[in-house]
Design a protein around this ligand. Structure first.
Ligand code: IPE
Ligand code: IPE
Ligand code: MG
Length: 252
C-alpha cells in the first residue's frame, strides 16, 4: 500500500486509521508498588489486550505496538529472558482469541536473534490470522526504525542492482515499498505512555507527519478512557501537511 504523507495529502478521519503506540512505563508502574519490574510487564500484557479490544470497537484499522526495541537487549539478562518468555506465553495463549476477533497479527523487526520456538510461534500466528480483516495488529519486536530503513535499502538494491549506477532513479516510493510495514498507511496518531517525550528509534521513516501524543500514565494503567481521550485530542488537531490553515478549511 502506497500512501506517503509527503507525496500526497491523505484523507483524514475522526478516528485514526493507524495508531502506533510506544507502551512505556511498565517497570516504573511496578517499582512504584514495590513489585519487581517483571510484574509491570505482566500487567502490560493485559493492557495490550484492552487496547486491541478498544481499537477494534472504535474502528481503528491498524494498531502498531512497540514491544521490544533493538536497544532493549542492553537490559539485564534476566529482564530480557522474562520478556522473551512472556512473548512466547502470550502468543501461545492469545492467538485463538485474536483469530475469533477477526484480528490479523503481524510481527515486524529483526526476528533472527529470537529462539527457534519463538520464531515458529510467530510464523504460525501470522499464518493462522492472515485471512482476518477486522483489525491489523502489528507487534514491533527487536524493531528499530534505522534497522528498517537499512533492511529496506538492502532489499531494494537486491531487487534493482542497476540503482547503484543510477542513484537519481531512487525515490521515496521505491524505498518505502521495502519497509517492513509497507502494507499499512503511515500512522495518523502516535501515543507514548510513561511520560517520556521521545521516539526511541520507533517508526523513524513513517512518523514524518504523524500527530504525537504523550501521556504521563504508565502503560499498565492506560485503558479505554485514556485511548478515547487521545482520540478526542487527535480530533482537535489541524493536519496541514505543509499547507496553510485557510487551504485546509477550504481545499483547493
Ligand atoms: C516498556 O516499559 C516495556 C519495554 C520496553 C519492554 P519499560 O520496561 O521501559 O518501563 P520503564 O520505562 O522502565 O518504566
Ligand atoms: C521503548 O521503550 C521501547 C518499547 C516500549 C518497547 P524504552 O523504555 O526502552 O525507551 P528508552 O530507551 O527509555 O527511550
Ligand atoms: Mg521505558
Amino acid at each position: 500500500m502506497l500512501s506517503s504523507t509527503t507525496l500526497a495529502v491523505p484523507v483524514c478521519t475522526d478516528v485514526p486509521r493507524h495508531l502506533a503506540i510506544i507502551m512505556d512505563g511498565n517497570g516504573r508502574w511496578a517499582t512504584k508498588r514495590f513489585l519487581p519490574r517483571t510484574a509491570g510487564h505482566i500487567r502490560g500484557v493485559q493492557a495490550v489486550r484492552r487496547a486491541v479490544e478498544t481499537c477494534g470497537k472504535l474502528g481503528v484499522e491498524y494498531l502498531t505496538l512497540f514491544a521490544f526495541s533493538s536497544e532493549n537487549w542492553r537490559r539485564p539478562k534476566d529482564e530480557v529472558s522474562l520478556l522473551m518468555r512472556l512473548f512466547i506465553q502470550t502468543l501461545e495463549k492469545e492467538v485463538t482469541k485474536l483469530e475469533q476477533q477477526g484480528v490479523r497479527l503481524r510481527i515486524v523487526g529483526d526476528l533472527s536473534p529470537f529462539e527457534p520456538r519463538l520464531r515458529e510461534l510467530i510464523r504460525s500466528a501470522e499464518q493462522r490470522t492472515e485471512h482476518n480483516n477486522a483489525l491489523n495488529l502489528t507487534i514491533a519486536a527487536n524493531y528499530g526504525g534505522r534497522w528498517d530503513i537499512l533492511q529496506a535499502m538492502r532489499r531494494l538494491l537486491l531487487a534493482h542492482p542497476d540503482l547503484a549506477n543510477n542513484p537519481d532513479a531512487l525515490d521515496e516510493s521505491l524505498l518505502s515499498e521495502h519497509l517492513s510495514m509497507a502494507y499499512a498507511p503511515e500512522p495518523d496518531l502516535f501515543i507514548r505512555t510513561g511520560g517520556e517525550q521521545r521516539i526511541s528509534n520507533f517508526l523513524v521513516w513513517q512518523l514524518a507527519y504523524t500527530e504525537l501524543y504523550f501521556s504521563d500514565e504508565y502503560w499498565p494503567d492506560f485503558g479505554a478512557p485514556e485511548i478515547e481521550a487521545a482520540f478526542e485530542w487527535y480530533r482537535t488537531r489541524e493536519r496541514r501537511f505543509g499547507r496553510t490553515s485557510a487551504q485546509v478549511a477550504k481545499p483547493i
